[in-house]
Design a protein. Structure first.
Lengths: 502, 655
């Protein structure tokens, strides 16, 4: 067992980012990026073999004093809630470097930013101190802002700023809520702490957190996470950001950044849910249901295939919200699996859109047609990715949606049936419609010269299709953890010292 | 011993799929022999299991999958007859395809997808739980999508594939909702920890404990799923369009195997339908109505494959009808329905393969361009006549025995419930079936050539399967009949399902006992006994009068080109206009466009207004966007420092 595995996992991409930034050639930059992202993957896989899937305790915990005077500690660790997302981050980061292998506009900065992004996301998923958590949460904004702002499309300035301000405002609201927690609660010895689990455990104490206060704190945190996911009606930054972002940026944005919002729901929101006003449950459920249905209908209306994929993300992330708030063992597990599964599938969707963009030169669906004729390998992979996204059984998306819907029915029968009867059909509709228009039919004359994309793009997409099949056929690889985690979020929070891990 | 290898029945075609999709391009005939071999081995294993288990045993293997779900294999009489039929018919069709698809550049892809389809269909058949059945159900739908769109460069094929997937998806949504409902109802029962709630034996065992209203809901939702897959009204619109695929696909997926999955689902869940008030009633009406409705459309079709497609829909309606009238005869209905399913798969596969043989030679689907083909294709004409006779229910053929039994049961149902409508649907449809089948046959094979087509018989690799299927279409019915009804009809006895106990829940008690009493079992009058024979032969004779070279009557004297009735039939009751053009493309797409405008104008518009007015949004873009990375990083570090200081200060003042 490697000690300090998590710290190494965060440090290596950080060092890699610095090195990549200083390299002079594309070849060096991408090699550094590949190695620096392979190390966390190797560590994550090693951790997977050592991980105790049936334990509700924090594992691989490291805790050091950082700013003792204000109670800030460097505490990291993973449990069944966070570890699947760490794994997801490690996997996606490698694949995105592979996909971007041919990037030649300022490659050293590009790869450095990708690595910096990985640092932030890994940090968010492993931090157990609110202060640390917030720093990583904010760090993530920087690489994404530049990825959009420098490598983006024609309206990159508007989109980058909108992305930054919108999510930053949400983060600030979240920060206020964190401060409220921090300034309300005192440890027995009178000092203050940013320790996440301690503060979360304290929220169940009505003497410390009276109903009005806890509701306000809860609303602030919830807002921060819902914007990040994003959920209706806080979603409008997402399509703009996606449309302008470079492919690698979109992949990271959809596969990892959105998951931070979902992670916040599981880590912070669900443990507080039993102690806040019951009206929140209905509100969150309605937001989830609306996101699913609204996102699906909007996807159907899009003319740009990347925007279509962006709206499909909103729809799919709605399952996370719905499953989480339905608060049954099966639905929470399904929501967690949806985070993982969507993280994988959406990579292939955005890669498809990216490959179309740079092979054909346009992403407007009505101007495309018959690509399967000239790009058979790409067409097979894109079709597989779209089928996975529409929830085809045998691939991971179906497993997640089935668990969410079956589990949510027990809590919200009518909402669940509404989702089943509206979104499932429409979702299949826009995916197949896009595939038919883009891939099938006779090849248009102007596209006679195009051909299958580079091997590295095919490789990255193949890997994702393989993973969706793997987790679709053998979900237990990861749902075992989520089953434990689903029990965990429904039980009172246990602090690190009570766990006996520090 | 064979049962230990049951997983190979699915495993081998999957292997064939993997091998052909990656290496098929380098193998002769796209590596199709791999698919044939895998399927045939599956047949041998199935036959071995059949010999091992018949008639007493049931094979059940199960293992944990994830969460509270399992995967498993359940081979009971109901499953084994399907396994044998699917492996056998698919072997023949794959063999035929070796000839039919020869020379197509996508041959490897064809055999890969056909192999995947075979695997999925077999997996569907022997699933031991409802979710696994649903998974394979979706996979066969996927293969159907891929194979209908096999010639994807043709816009009509790509569009038909999408339509097939989406229409069946409407059914699948209901199926999924049914599973969700059933799961939650089962979960409420407090069964011991670790029980797999969707396993069929578990469901059968606990039916009596579930609220009857819920049972009705579940059964109607499952029926919706079955209607999508089996092309029952009103979800039948995709099946005729699905004929865009290669003819072997039509024979395999859209006649013999996949489309019967809906019927199989209802048969598999028969105890639930039986226990659900109105469950079987709905099945009977949907089935009976579809049988008639599709048959009328068959009258006016000029595409040889579409005529067959309408007849498939109609015959599937018969199978549903047979299950639906099970409310008076109990589980015996399953035997009756499945017997028609098996017999139908033989003669319908035969008919499609014959049609394929004709199309292969004359290179057109249009009956108006054929005529006189029989002179050049004697084997095809002969085997197709046999298939037609079986479909028309000519006495002595396989189709006669199965259809006759369905009609008699439907009459019994009428006698007991005083509801003769399902029977009427059935008997009228039988007349029409015989008529349009032989209309097609005469138009194709007799008379003078109406266009300049290639005149040659198909190769023996294609004719061989035709002959084998023709033999089965002729001679399978009589000897198999009694044993089949007995074995499949008693399928649920293996699980201790007590239909006497379920009857009162479903409201069938009155019909069983009550004033009629069991001792006064219904005796159908002589006319009812011979009526199926009369309508079968009558329909053939009518076709002879109108369409054969020896015709005595001219159809144009009876129906003009512009007649309302004819227009409606040719337009297929305007289903395309209603479902596709109006509902999907206007209503659903319209909603999405409105939502899009709402999103841009309202949701995002409000946001932009806020930022413009309060933050001076437009200005801040210009000021913040300096483009120098160092500035941003400095700003961030500065921000964090400020944050720390603020916290420290706050603590100092004792907040």
């Amino acid at each position: 067992m490697i000690s300090n595995a998590i710290s190494i996992m965060i440090a290596v991409p950080l060092i890699g980012a610095v090195l990549a930034f200083m390299t002079r050639s594309r070849g060096q930059a991408r090699l550094v990026a590949l190695i620096a992202s392979l190390v966390p993957l190797a560590l994550a896989l090693q951790m997977y073999t050592e991980f105790d899937k049936s334990s509700k305790l924090m594992q691989f915990v490291e805790s050091y004093d950082w700013v003792p005077s204000i109670g800030v500690r460097y505490t990291v660790g993973v449990d069944c809630i966070s570890f699947p997302l760490v794994l997801l981050t490690a996997i996606v980061s490698v694949l995105v470097v592979i996909y971007a292998w041919g990037e030649n506009h300022r490659p050293n900065q590009f790869f450095a930013l990708l690595l910096l992004n990985e640092v932030g996301v890994l940090g968010v998923f492993t931090a157990l101190d609110f202060f640390l958590f917030y720093i990583f949460w904010e760090i993530v904004l920087i690489p994404m802002f530049f990825l959009i702002g420098i490598w983006g499309g024609p309206r990159k300035d508007y989109s980058a700023i909108k992305f930054f301000i919108y999510t930053h405002v949400a983060s600030l609201v979240m920060l206020l809520a964190i401060f409220a927690l921090y300034f309300t609660y005192r440890l027995p010895d009178g000092s203050r702490t940013f320790d996440m689990l301690t503060l979360l455990q304290a929220t169940s104490d009505k003497a410390i957190f009276p109903p009005g206060l806890i509701n306000a704190i809860f609303a602030g945190l919830l807002f921060g996470f819902l914007v990040k996911m994003p959920a209706f009606p806080f979603h409008t930054w997402l399509p703009d950001a996606h449309v302008e972002a470079p492919t690698a940026g979109s992949v990271v944005l959809a596969a990892l950044l959105l998951k931070m919002g979902g992670y916040g729901i599981f880590r912070v929101i669900l443990p507080m849910l039993p102690h806040v006003d019951k009206a929140f449950v209905t509100v969150i459920a309605v937001i989830g249901v609306l996101s699913i249905i609204y996102g699906a209908f909007l996807a159907l209306a899009q003319k740009d295939i990347k925007k279509l994929v962006a709206y499909s993300s909103i729809s799919h992330m709605g399952f996370v919200t719905l499953g989480a708030v339905a608060f049954t063992w099966l639905s929470v597990q399904g929501a967690m699996f949806q985070q993982f599964s969507h993280g994988i599938i959406t990579c292939a969707l955005f890669m498809s859109a990216g490959t179309i963009q740079h092979s054909v030169g346009t992403r407007i669906i009505s101007e495309l047609g018959g690509l399967a004729d000239r790009m058979p390998k790409f067409a097979s992979l894109m079709l597989a990715a779209f089928l996975a996204s529409l929830g085809l059984p045998g691939m991971s998306g179906f497993v997640a949606e089935f668990m969410v819907l079956t589990g949510s029915y027990a809590t919200f029968p009518m909402y669940t049936l509404l989702v089943v009867f509206t979104s499932v059909g429409v979702t299949a509709g826009y995916h197949l419609w896009a595939c038919q228009k883009v891939l099938f039919g006779p090849i248009l004359k102007k596209y006679l010269e195009i051909h299958d994309p580079h091997a590295y793009e095919i490789l990255a997409m193949s890997a994702i299709v393989f993973l969706t099949l793997l987790f679709g056929l053998q979900p237990a690889l990861i749902t075992d953890m989520m089953g434990t985690a689903a029990h965990q979020v429904m039980e009172p929070v246990v602090t690190l010292s009570q766990m006996g891990v520090i | 011993m064979y049962a230990d290898y049951a997983y190979l029945i699915v495993g081998l075609p999957v292997l064939a799929f993997i091998l052909t999709i990656f290496f098929g391009w380098h193998l002769p005939r796209g590596g199709g022999f791999l698919t044939v071999l895998a399927t045939f081995t599956g047949f041998l294993i199935s036959a071995g299991i059949f010999l091992e288990t018949f008639p007493e045993k049931v094979v059940h293997q199960s293992m944990h999958w994830f969460a509270t779900l399992n995967v498993g294999i359940l081979i009971d009489p109901l499953a084994i007859v399907m396994l044998l039929m699917v492996t056998f018919v698919c072997t023949l069709i794959h063999t035929y395809a070796l000839g039919y698809m020869n020379g197509d550049p996508g041959m490897a892809r064809y055999f890969a997808e056909a192999g995947l389809f075979t695997a999925a269909m077999l997996g569907l058949v022997y699933s031991d739980n409802l979710l696994q059945l649903f998974i394979f159900w979706e996979l066969v739908g996927l293969c159907s999508y891929l194979l209908i769109g096999f010639w994807y460069r043709k816009p009509s094929a790509a569009s038909a594939a999408k339509k097939a997937f989406l229409t069946t998806r409407v059914g699948d949504v209901m199926f999924l909702a049914g599973i969700i409902l059933l799961y939650n109802n089962m979960a409420k029962l407090g069964l011991p920890e670790g029980t797999y709630l969707l396993q069929f034996p578990v469901i059968y065992e606990n039916l009596t404990k579930i609220d009857p209203t819920q049972l009705t809901l579940v059964s109607l939702l499952l029926l919706g799923g079955a209607a999508g897959k089996s092309g029952q009204f009103p979800l039948d619109i995709w099946l005729p369009d699905a004929m865009e695929g290669p003819t072997t696909v039509s024979a395999m997926i859209h006649a013999a195997t996949m489309v019967t999955a809906g019927v199989y689902l209802v048969a598999r869940m028969f105890p639930l339908f039986y226990a659900a008030p109105y469950g079987l009633l709905a099945v009977a009406y949907v089935g009976g109505f579809t049988a008639l409705y599709a048959a009328t459309m068959g009258l006016a079709a000029f595409d040889i494959k579409r005529v067959l497609a309408f007849s498939t829909v109609s015959q599937l309606g018969y199978m549903m009808l047979a299950l639906g009238v099970g409310s008076v005869v109990g589980a015996a209905a399953v035997g009756v329905s499945m017997f028609h399913l098996i017999g139908h798969s033989f003669f319908k596969a035969l008919l499609f393969l014959c049609a394929g043989s004709v199309i292969h030679a004359v290179a057109t689907n249009d009956l108006r361009e054929m005529g006189g083909v029989g002179r050049y294709m004697r084997w095809t004409a002969g085997t197709m006549a046999i298939g037609g006779l079986a479909l028309a229910g000519f006495p002595g053929t396989t189709g006669f025995f199965s259809k006759d039994e369905i009609l008699v049961t439907a009459w019994e149902y009428g006698a007991m419930t005083h509801d003769y409508l399902p029977y009427l649907f059935g008997i009228v449809a039988a007349l029409l079936t015989a008529f349009y089948t032989f209309r097609m046959w005469f138009l194709t094979f007799t008379g003078e050539p109406r266009s300049d087509y290639h005149k040659h018989e198909s190769p023996w690799i294609m004719l061989g399967p035709l002959v084998i299927l023709a033999i089965l279409a002729l001679f399978f019915g009589m000897p198999a009949q009694e044993r089949f009804y007995e074995t499949v009809g008693n399928n649920f006895a293996h699980y201790g399902v007590d239909f006497e106990e379920l009857a009162p829940i479903g409201g069938h008690a009155v019909e069983h006992g009550g004033e009629h009493g069991e001792e006064t079992a219904v005796h159908e009058p002589f006319i009812i006994k011979i009526l199926p024979i009369l309508v079968g032969i009558g329909g053939i004779l009518l076709a002879l009068l109108f369409y054969s070279p020896w015709k005595k009557l001219d159809i144009r004297k009876f129906v003009g080109e512009k007649d309302l009735l004819r227009t409606i039939l040719v337009k297929r009751y305007y289903q395309h206009e209603i479902f596709t053009a109006w509902f999907a493309e206007t209503v659903v797409y319209g909603i999405s466009l409105i939502a899009n405008i709402f999103d841009i104008r309202i949701v995002d518009g409000v946001l932009n207004k806020i930022s413009e007015t309060t933050l001076g949004f437009a200005n801040s873009i210009r000021r913040v966007q300096t483009g120098v990375i160092q500035n941003y990083i400095t700003a961030l570090v500065f921000g964090i420092v400020v944050l720390v200081i603020v916290i420290k200060l706050a603590m100092e003042v004792g907040l």
